[in-house]
Structures are given as structure tokens and as C-alpha cells.
Design a binder for this molecule. Sequence first.
Ligand SMILES: Nc1ncnc2c1ncn2[C@@H]1O[C@H](COP(=O)(O)OP(=O)(O)OP(=O)(O)O)[C@@H](O)[C@H]1O
Ligand SMILES: [Mg+2]
Length: 438
Amino acid sequence: MKRLGGESSVSAAVVRFALAGLVAVALVGVASFLLMRNIGNTEATDNASKLNRVVGIGVVQPRLTEALLRGDPEALERFDRLMKRTVLRDEVIRVKLWDADGRIIYSDEPRLIGDTFELGDEELETLAEGTADAEVSDLSQPENRFDTGFGKLLEAYSRVSGPEGEPLLFETYQRYSSITSSGNSLWLAFAPALVIGLVLLYLVQLPLATSLARRVRERDRERVRLLERAVDASDRERRRIAGDLHDGAVQDLAGVSLALDAAARRMGERDPEAADSLRRGAEQTRGSVRSLRNLLVEIYPPSLQRAGLRSALEDLLAPISARGIETELDFEPELALDFESEALVFRITQEALRNVVKHAVAGRVAVAVAGVERGTELTVADDGRGFDPGATAAGVEPEREGHIGTDLMADLASEAGAELAVDSAPGRGTTVRLLLPR
Ligand SMILES: Nc1ncnc2c1ncn2[C@@H]1O[C@H](COP(=O)(O)OP(=O)(O)OP(=O)(O)O)[C@@H](O)[C@H]1O
Ligand SMILES: [Mg+2]
């Protein structure tokens, strides 16, 4: 019987588990990376906005003069130096100072100074409420036409008060890459701990998975063992019933048919009618013996259904080799026989081997099932003493009438549309040949 679960099924299960674990670890890793980068970006944007506000109030607001607002070149020059010294470094690449009407009072890009643009809702809100804000710059806006070439930019703006207390807008532009890099650096700070943790978790689970898979396989084996034992028990029981029937009822009936034949012969001369009934009785009894023998195979078709024809034939040969007769089985594995054909092959082999044991005094018997030109051929050949098949043909010899094995084989074969031949001669062994045509 095929056993379930081997070492390979355990490793296959563990490999599956390990792969699933890797996928889970990768998913957690990617998710945490995205999450942390997002947190990092938000944080960095916030920082940019705060920085803008601090610079606006602390550096810009105290330096705002009437002259600067008027556009006095000297004042602009001084303010420009201040901006370049304190603000325009590192990642801040552009500064703009607006009045409430959208006129650019100062920018480090001199071409913008004096131009007027329409302020957006958010800028207006900042001017009115004093809230600080930061957002990704829309580089298609005319006021940003000189800000291309730096990649994606983040603009932060806050309200500052002019010399008369009028609200002005202070705007700084920062490379967006500095934002994402701070997002990434947050992730990188956490990454080692996260990766080590995930890998450890993963490694700890592997031995657990292996032992779990082993335990499952053990259970499986136990279950199969129980099943085999149950099947064996039922097998033994069937074999016992079949054996009892064979040694009891079948032998008795065979004896009865012999006795009836003998009685018919004795009656023959004196009362032909009674002799006839006796002969019919004998014939019917033999018919019953045949049916019973067939039934025996159905009750105990040893391993045929369970393990296939080859094993069933091996089972038939095993007790013969146990008697010291050399046996050989030559079974062509590619033959795809239907169950009826397999049953016929089995049955004929069984009957032929019975004769080998009973009559042949053989030293060796060979069973072969092979594909031939016309179909499939079974041969059962022994090297025993042989007999004259012609002389013992049914009905020729009175003694022959108790013997029904050969008749049974012929009946079975012709019922199935197969051909049976018994090839034997005294001293030359016996070969039973069955041809199952295609
Ligand atoms: N392999 C063989 N070697 C030698 N003689 C055989 C062999 N097979 C059959 N015979 C002879 O042919 C006879 C008829 O065989 P058959 O199988 O029909 O009857 P049986 O074996 O005697 O009885 P039954 O099969 O009914 O138990 C046997 O009695 C035996 O003499
Ligand atoms: Mg026989």
C-alpha cells in the first residue's frame, strides 16, 4: 500500500512555509518603508514650514524698512546680502517677499522684483490669518518661471509685518529631494532594527514549522497504519471464509458429483433413465462447484482490486515458491487492461497454478503477461511431468469427470471472448496459454 508522507513532503511543506514567510517579511518591510517615508515627509514638510516662520519673524521682519518696500536699490542690495548670508544656503534655493497686492518686493531672482502676480487662496489666507503653510510648488505658475531646473520644489510661506505693521508674505523654496531624503533617513534609522527583528522572527518560525510538519506526517503515518491494519483484518477474514468454502462445501460437492457419476455408471445398464438423471445431477453439481469457485474469487480477489494485477499474480506465486518451486513473473507494465480482463487473467493463472501444485511435480513455473500482435497473452508454463491433453479432454475418460479446473478455464475464457490453449505432453511440462484479443 502506498504510504503517505515522507521526508520529502515535510521539506516541501517547510519550503512552502518558508517562501510564504519571505513574502510576508517582504510585505511588512515594504509597508513599513512606505509608512516611515510618509511620516518622514510630513515631518520634513512641517519643519520647512516652521523654519520659514522662524526666519520670517526672526530675520526678515526686523530688517524690513520703508526704503526696501519702496524698492530702493541700496536697501534691496543690503537685504539681498542678508538673505544670501542667512537663508539662501543648503536646500533653500529661492526667497520671495510679497506685499498684500501680490507685488514682489524682493527676490534673490532680481527679474521678479516689482512684478505683480495674483495671490492664491492659501497665500491670501496666510496674509489674513497669519497661518504658516507649505506645499509642493506649481512650477507652471508665472511667478515660478525662474524656479525650474531644481526639480520638484516645496514652497513654505508665512506672514511677516512690514514697518507700518502691514501684512507681507515671506516665501522660501526648498528642494523636494531634501524632504524625501529626510523621509528616507528616518526609515534608514529604523531599518536595521526592523530588518533584524523580522529576520529573527522568520528564523525562529522555521524550526517550529519543521517540527509541526513532522508531527503532521507522523499522524498521517499512524492513520495509514491503522487503515492498513483494518484492511488486513478484513482481508484475513475474507481469506478464511474463502478457504473454508473451498475446503468444505466445494470439495464436498465435487465428491458428490463424482459419486453421482459413479452411480450413473453402475445404473447404466439396468435403468438408463435413472442413470440419465444421475448424470444430470452430477453435471449440475459440477456447475455449482464452478459457480462457487468463481464466487470464491469474488469474496477474496486477493490483491487484485487493491493493488493491481501484478501484485495479485505475485500473491498467487508466493505460496508456490514457499513450497520450494522456483517461480518467475514477467509482467509488461505498460499493458492497460480493464478490470474484467485483469480478473480473467488472474482467474486463469490461479486455476493453472493450482494444477501445477496439484499435478505437475514441477521444479519451476513461469508466469508471463505480455502484449502480442493480436492482443495480450498470458502464459503459465511449468517443467513438470505434463499430461496428454487429448486423452483427458472432457468426457473422453470416465475418471476425468471429477476434474473441472480445465473446463472452468475454458468456460471463463470463451465467456470473455478470449482463447485458451493447454499445451502439454507427458514428460515435457505444461503450458497454459490465454489470448485476450484486442
Ligand atoms: N500442469 C499440469 N501438469 C500435469 N498434469 C496436469 C496439469 N494440469 C492438469 N493436469 C492433468 O489434467 C487433469 C485435469 O485437470 P483439471 O484442472 O481439469 O482437474 P483437476 O485439477 O484434477 O481437478 P480440479 O481442478 O477440479 O480440482 C488433472 O487431473 C491432471 O492429470
Ligand atoms: Mg485443476
